[in-house]
Design a protein. Structure first.
Length: 119
């Protein structure tokens, strides 16, 4: 049988996880909405360290046959990556420097600038 402080500690950890999970999902939904894509194009892993995969309806001019995705990682923030397919790892092509969770409008500008950066 757990003591009162053990139960309180467990409750606090669950509350922290729930808060983190809800906050991250809300943030990703805001970014997706700014980019004009639905949450069905997103995969959110809220276990720590959290990660996000967001498939984009956007391709780089230099790689017209490759799908483009945004990857977010707790601790490093957003990266743009080419999806190589065939179960291989994504190829990072750009990083959004700055805060770990920038405003959705900043992420939108980052995606809009990818062809300029790669060119």
């Amino acid at each position: 049988m757990a003591s009162g402080w053990e139960e309180a500690m467990n409750d606090a950890l669950v509350d922290d996880y729930d808060s983190h999970s809800r906050g991250l999902r809300a943030y990703v939904a805001s970014v997706a909405a700014r980019l004009g894509i639905g949450m069905e194009s997103c995969c959110v892993d809220t276990t720590r360290p959290s990660q996000v995969y967001m498939a984009l309806d956007h391709r780089l001019d230099q790689f017209p046959g490759r799908d483009l995705a945004l990857l977010w990682d707790e601790g490093t923030g957003w990266h743009a990556a080419l999806d190589p397919g065939d179960g291989q790892e994504s190829i990072i092509v750009a990083k959004l420097y700055g805060p770990e969770r920038p405003e959705p409008a900043t992420v939108l500008r980052f995606v809009g600038s990818l062809n300029e950066k790669a060119g």
